[in-house]
Design a protein around this ligand. Structure first.
Ligand SMILES: [Zn+2]
Length: 341
């Protein structure tokens, strides 16, 4: 479905919507949807539920949105605004229901996004929810950026009988820090990556180490750290190019935090180096070749963007990526006595 579908209207629920909401609740329960009720759900009970819920909306404890097309209710979803004084930032996503006819049409995703926007407007930036494992809604929420906290067995009776497990999910809205407005100039990125490549060459030529080079650049655009792989030479398992460059930069600045700095490295950082970037509060990472085996900045894992960490690093991959990758490939080929590519 077109995201900009002009015939779809998403609006806050009003008292007059009660009967349509009750019909959708009865239909959902009859279809074994886990929304807290057992089948058969009487229309009177469903209406009483919505009467209470809509009163909670008036009291400012709940947000209920409805998706309509041509006067027909296609979907609804609610946010319970958690009242605990310690959780003024959390809302529980609940009672998300879509008519059978509207499923798979993208309406559910639009509704959840609209609910997230409503949450933001109320200062709620942590969304939690639980979904029945039987219904398999996990993929839907994952696509919308939700993470799985875990599963609880025997959580609730299914409307048509039998105990079902539940999966708890969460999302921190806008957790990724806003992209720095510092000018990102591709020509500047390429120049510093050339510098890093020259250091990779030194690793290979001077130390016969794996050719990876790294350059740390201050917010003012000055090179304050240079590094290349020195594991073998230094008998140091942590002596990756990035670590060497950051150590030098830290000494130069007299600070273990490298706030506002950019690290250029010819190969996507591993988990150790990615976490060092996070600990050092490096603002931006620019890397050359991706690493499908141990890359921890988007390839195998994404530690620098993880919303659970207290700092996130802006990432740009693929700068002179082909050249960086070819240098590595040829190093390993020469070790096996093969001609360069
Ligand atoms: Zn590393």
């Amino acid at each position: 479905m077109d995201i900009d579908d002009p015939t779809l209207r998403i609006a806050p629920a009003e008292g007059a919507d009660r009967d349509a909401l009750a019909d959708l609740l009865v239909e959902t329960v009859a279809g074994n949807g886990s929304v807290g009720f057992m089948h058969p759900l009487g229309l009177g009970e469903a209406r009483a539920f919505w009467d209470d819920a809509l009163e909670a909306v008036v009291r400012g404890e709940r947000i209920v949105l409805c998706a309509w097309r041509d006067g027909e209710l296609l979907a609804t979803g609610s946010l319970a605004l958690v009242s605990a004084p310690s959780q003024p930032h959390r809302a529980e996503l609940t009672k998300v229901m879509t008519t059978t006819a509207a499923r798979g049409s993208g309406i559910g995703a639009q509704l959840v996004r609209a609910l997230e926007q409503a949450a933001r407007e109320r200062g709620r930036r942590l969304i939690t929810l639980d979904v029945s494992l039987v219904e398999g809604a996990t993929a839907f929420y994952r696509r919308l950026g939700y993470s799985v906290a875990g599963d609880i067995p025997e959580y609730a009776h299914k409307p048509l009988g039998g105990l079902g497990a539940t999966r708890v999910l969460w999302k921190l809205l806008d957790a990724r820090e806003p992209v720095a407005t510092a000018v990102v100039d591709p020509a500047v990125d390429e120049r510093f990556m050339r510098h890093a490549l020259s250091l990779a060459e030194r690793a290979e030529n001077e130390d016969d180490e794996i050719p990876v080079g790294a350059v740390l650049v201050s917010p003012a655009g000055e090179v304050i750290g240079e590094g290349w792989n020195r594991n073998i030479t230094e008998h140091d398992p942590t002596a990756h190019a990035e670590i060497m460059a950051m150590r030098q930069g830290g000494k130069r600045l007299g600070n273990h935090r490298l706030v506002g700095c950019t690290l250029y490295v010819t190969l996507e950082p591993c988990a150790m180096c990615a976490m060092a970037l996070v600990h050092a509060r490096v603002a931006r990472l620019v890397y050359g070749a991706g690493d499908s085996k141990t890359g921890a900045c988007g390839s195998v894992s994404d530690l620098v963007s993880d919303p659970r960490h207290n700092h996130r690093v802006q990432v740009q991959g693929g700068v002179l990526g082909e050249e960086s990758g070819r240098r590595l490939t040829n190093y390993f080929r020469s070790k096996r006595g093969k001609p360069p590519l």
